[in-house]
Design a protein around this ligand. Structure first.
Ligand code: SF4
Length: 72
């Protein structure tokens, strides 16, 4: 339950960060790993991580998010 609440919190934070262009450098540095990753999928023009199901434009901006494949 705790993990679920943390996930919801990070989804909301990531969405707001993306909306207001917060943590752009963090996003770019992490995206360098994601861009060629086999788990990156594009659905309706949005890049997702198929391991966790998160939209990358949001996930990569949140400091305490982690790559489940250990890339970053
Ligand atoms: S978060 Fe990790 S597993 Fe997911 S697409 Fe990025 S590098 Fe790949």
């Amino acid at each position: 339950m705790k993990n679920f609440i943390l996930k919801i919190k990070n989804i909301i934070i990531g969405h707001l960060y993306n909306l207001f262009n917060i943590n752009n450098k963090l996003y770019t540095s992490r995206y360098n790993y994601c861009k060629d990753c086999i788990y990156k999928e594009k659905i309706l023009g949005i890049n997702y991580c198929s391991l966790c199901g998160c939209p990358l434009k949001d996930k990569l901006r949140v400091e305490d998010e982690r790559c489940l494949n250990g890339k970053w």
